[in-house]
Design a protein around this ligand. Structure first.
Ligand SMILES: Cc1cc2nc3c(=O)[nH]c(=O)nc-3n(C[C@H](O)[C@H](O)[C@H](O)COP(=O)(O)OP(=O)(O)OC[C@H]3O[C@@H](n4cnc5c(N)ncnc54)[C@H](O)[C@@H]3O)c2cc1C
Length: 484
């Protein structure tokens, strides 16, 4: 049998700018491109429902792209630590390549696999295809990981690596093995649910590398210039919506940085505008930096003072929040956008999260869990860092006394209620002045809009002013009492 090289696809579902793929091609051997769904290794953090829908579509797209180049993706379900050595034996694998993952479960597993394969004579190499910088590369003056974003981002910028090194076009051809290897097939992965709840997600998203690059170019040609002005307005098309594409590695962050640098060089007067976007991408780097150095980020508050909070965890209130029935229109709009499309605007993520934690006194980990199940971009680092930031217990978090006022936020960022009208249609006919707090609207206004509170739309589940004071009291107790 001829010798082969193995390419293990993970969170890098793309053919361009893929260092592991380039390394596999450089061997000149026929390539076995492999994907393994290894839920047991991921444990609690195996992909949630919406993410699995995305993954299925993204794998289909990648397989199609590979087939167009004479290759195809091999699908397996099970323990990667058993499947890979078995494949290496069966198909005379000389070398194996992959791009690194940084979750602690993945690091542990991958290190073991590397060791096993090397011991059996396979050359193994891994690359960085997921982040702009390796988490161990960026350190503060005393050699420790950063815990504050601004100095972290400055340290990243000081590295200046916009040269395009490591970027590469998708290959035109990928040599396949003479005989088609056996695999389990994509259906065996069972990624799609039996009940087709993903109808609207299908209308909103097109997973895969081609769409990721198309979306990026479209944003680069237009939206990025006004990102600073529009990024907080959920009704506007003001953000890139690249998060699921970045999460699944359908495009490399290095591509973003390179293209932005090129654009900046041509239009130096707009450098600040483009930097505003890159700075946000650096929050993603920061989250992964935190997760790498503090692997229990999804489980425990980084600030131990908040490890024993007196959460109320009222199950009925949690359910109302999950259904977008809190009576606070902007919160409900966000949660319903999430349920329908698998994504929520960042400003509204912060408001909805703050409402759950501080107005309802529900443990941030329950919100994290819900996002994990419902987001197509559910990302262990960004999700955990986002929730800890809002809860005020993370690194460089919002101060605990910053409690978003869901009505003022709504008036400020969705002034005309366009976003609310889209996702809370029962309030569509409310006038702009009253849509943010319908319970304060006069009866005749509600009647004219066809809204009966308690029937068509709920009364607020809590009074924000009261809830705010209660949260402050509980938080202050923790801060004064420390971790005890
Ligand atoms: C409670 C909470 C949970 C979150 N959970 C996730 C998650 O599971 N997955 C996820 O990708 N993002 C998460 N975020 C961050 C942020 O909301 C999303 O990345 C962003 O809304 C995605 O939309 P976009 O691609 O249009 O972002 P853009 O504004 O266009 O930004 C471009 C990219 O930068 C990165 N980015 C932007 N803002 C942030 C941020 N605050 N933190 C980290 N990275 C950022 C993302 O990769 C994003 O795609 C969370 C934020 C909060 C407050």
């Amino acid at each position: 049998m001829q010798n082969h090289t193995l390419l293990w696809f993970r969170l890098d579902l793309r053919l361009a700018d893929n260092a592991a793929l380039q390394a596999a091609l450089a061997t000149g051997l026929p390539v076995l491109p492999v994907f393994i769904l290894d839920d047991d290794a991921a444990g609690t953090w195996a992909a949630g429902g919406a993410a699995r829908w995305w993954l299925h579509q993204s794998l289909v797209a990648l397989d199609k792209d590979l087939r167009a180049r004479g290759s195809r993706l091999l699908f397996y379900k099970g323990c990667a630590a058993e499947i890979l050595p078995e494949l290496c034996r069966k198909y005379h694998i000389e070398s194996a390549f992959w791009n690194r993952r940084y979750e602690s479960w993945a690091q542990k597993r991958d290190t073991e696999i590397k060791k096993t394969l090397k011991e059996s004579g396979v050359q193994v190499e891994s690359f960085n295809g997921y982040l702009l910088f390796e988490p161990w590369e960026i350190k503060n003056a005393s050699g420790a990981p950063y815990r504050v974003f601004t100095p972290f981002s400055k340290a990243c910028m000081a590295q200046e690596r916009e040269t395009g090194g490591g970027l590469s076009a998708a290959p035109e051809k990928i040599v396949a093995p003479e005989k088609r290897p056996e695999d389990h097939g994509i259906d065996a992965l069972g990624l799609l649910p039996h009940i087709k709840w993903y109808g609207e997600m299908q209308n909103v998203w097109l997973p895969g590398e081609s769409e990721a690059l198309r979306r990026w170019r479209h944003f680069l040609d237009g939206g990025v210039t006004f990102y600073g002005e529009n990024r907080d307005l959920p009704a506007e098309d003001g953000v890139s919506r690249l998060s699921p594409h970045l999460h699944w590695g359908e495009m490399a962050p290095a591509r973003l940085r390179y293209d932005l640098a090129q654009k900046s060089a041509k239009e130096p007067q707009n450098h600040g505008r483009y930097f505003a976007f890159l700075r946000q991408v650096l929050w993603r780097e920061f989250s992964w930096h935190l997760l790498y150095h503090m692997p229990d980020l999804p489980e425990n508050p980084l600030n131990p003072a908040f490890s024993r909070m007196e959460w109320e965890n009222d199950a009925a209130l949690l359910q109302k929040w999950q259904k977008g029935m809190t009576g606070y229109p902007l919160v409900d709009a966000g949660i319903r956008q999430l349920w329908r499309t698998g994504w929520m605007h960042n400003r509204v993520r912060m408001i909805a999260a703050s409402f759950l934690i501080k107005d309802l006194l529900i443990d941030w980990r329950k919100g994290q869990e819900w996002f994990w199940e419902t987001l197509v971009d559910a990302d262990l680092a960004n999700n955990a860092a986002g929730w800890q930031w809002v809860a005020g217990c993370g690194a460089d978090a919002a101060p605990y006394f910053r409690i978003f006022n869901p009505v003022l936020q709504s008036k400020k960022f969705d002034a005309k209620g366009a976003y609310i009208r889209q996702y809370v249609p029962e309030l569509a006919r409310m006038p702009d002045a009253h849509i943010h707090a319908p319970w304060e609207a006069p009866q005749n206004v509600l009647a004219a809009a066809g809204v009966v509170l308690g029937r068509d739309y709920p009364f607020p589940v809590v009074d924000h002013a009261v809830a705010r004071n209660r949260a402050l009291e509980i938080y202050q107790k923790r801060v004064k009492g420390g971790a005890a």
